[in-house]
Design a binder for this molecule. Structure first.
Ligand SMILES: Cc1ncc(COP(=O)(O)O)c(C=O)c1O
Length: 402
């Protein structure tokens, strides 16, 4: 079996990634030391799978970058991947390519909400769920998750009440959940699908974090009983798992024909038609040839996660890691440190040169949390955690208080 190596990372200056860009980091976090380590934006530092690079190289060697289309290999790659990874039987017609999940969320809101419409989502959640609504003047309904004993669950009675009273056109559900990395169980998905259908709210499920599973088992919303599929939109892409976010290519799966044509009409109105030539190529290569790379990456990230959790529990006073099941973005509860998330972020950026995402960036209910990104080499991860440990005595409560 081919072995892939994740200790070696890419030179992130070459791709001008935002995560490592000093100017962008300083605009957001203030002056940082020369040797800062970014653990914020959800972008991994590893080189892409060689199979993907090879597919790109074929295009580059040929030297033509004309307008392309979603040819048969694209649909086959999506259908095969969905079947083998998630057991989903997806019909070709259900699939629509678009230019990234965040822009797709904008188009979905536009397609399904009238002016002054309402969208609902849990909080905390990935911020674009909310700003996509605000950008389009739609009202947002927050369904706050219940947080107890370092775990999240859904407040179903609140959910039902809000669906009944507020009547949002659309409920956008993040599964697995960003920021906590929680995998929702099938019975939870089914209850949500039941309630959305009962109250006439379209259920949109963002499954972009479903490919890197650290523990437990992911269930796709496409596994729901057939009676719910006519009220379902699933959004996904290989972007998070294969680190292809810059290709700006993703897709939706919409089983219901009338909902699908409404959405496709919205895309047409915005000229979302001819895809990016590298985006289609990257997706096909990732799905057709990248699975073994992804398995080995997941193993590496699992070890990074175990290492981080143990290190934090042993060395960083009163930081509590909320158990992560999916993805590479541990969510840290800092409520017992006596400091706010913004205070921690500011201090660590300036003092330790470690750039961390404040929980406040997740729409609401994140003030007592930090989100760290462990999608990097073990050496960099160890250095970042060591720096946090070394400066915490001055800032957080003393280690002896643990
Ligand atoms: C839940 C969720 N959806 C969507 C995205 C971004 O998707 P894209 O890069 O395809 O717009 C992210 C990125 O972190 C995410 O966490």
């Amino acid at each position: 079996m081919k072995e892939y190596h994740f200790d070696e990372i890419a030179d992130r200056k070459v791709d001008h990634c935002r995560k490592w860009d000093r100017k962008i980091v300083e605009e957001k976090f203030g002056d940082v030391p020369e040797n800062f380590i970014p653990m914020w934006i959800a972008d991994m530092d590893f080189k892409a799978a060689p199979e993907i690079n090879e597919a790109f190289r074929k295009i580059i060697d040929n030297g033509a970058y004309g307008y392309t289309y979603t040819y048969e290999d694209f649909f086959n790659a999506v259908m095969n991947w969905q079947k083998k990874r998630h057991g989903n039987e997806v019909n070709k017609e259900w699939i629509t390519l678009s230019y990234g999940t965040v822009s797709t969320i904008h188009y979905l809101y536009q397609a399904f909400c009238p002016s002054n419409g309402k969208v609902m989502f849990n909080t905390p959640v990935y911020n674009p769920f909310s700003y996509a609504a605000k950008n389009n003047q739609f009202e947002t309904i927050h369904n706050q998750l219940i947080y107890e004993n370092y775990a999240y669950r859904i407040d179903f009675s609140l959910l039902e009440e809000q669906l009944k009273v507020e009547k949002p056109q659309l409920f956008l559900f993040c599964s697995p959940h960003n920021p906590s990395g929680k995998i929702w169980r099938k019975d939870e998905l089914e209850r949500i699908a039941f309630l959305c259908k009962k109250y006439g709210t379209l259920l949109v499920v963002d499954e972009v974090h479903s490919e890197i599973i650290l523990s437990g088992e992911f269930t796709s919303a496409l596994q729901l009983p057939e009676k719910y599929l006519d009220n379902l939109v699933v959004l996904t892409s290989p972007n998070k798992a294969f680190n292809l976010g810059g290709l700006k290519t993703s897709y939706s799966i919409i089983p219901d024909e009338s909902k699908r044509s409404l959405f496709q009409q919205q895309l047409k109105m915005n000229a979302i038609t001819s895809p990016n030539v590298f985006g289609v190529t990257g997706l096909i290569a990732a799905y057709d040839y990248g699975e073994e790379w992804l398995e080995q990456l997941t193993l590496y990230l699992r070890q990074n996660y175990d290492f981080s959790k143990q290190f934090i529990e042993k060395n960083i006073a009163n930081w509590k890691v909320v158990p992560v099941e999916a993805s590479y973005l541990p969510w840290i509860d800092i409520s017992e440190t006596g400091k706010t998330s913004l205070e921690w972020v500011d201090y660590l950026a300036k003092k330790a040169g470690v750039i961390i995402e404040p929980g406040n960036n997740f729409t609401a209910d994140g003030n007592q949390f930090l989100r760290i990104n462990i999608g990097t080499s073990r050496v960099i991860l160890e250095e970042a955690l060591k720096r946090i440990k070394n400066c915490q005595d001055e800032f957080g409560p003393k280690g002896s208080e643990k």
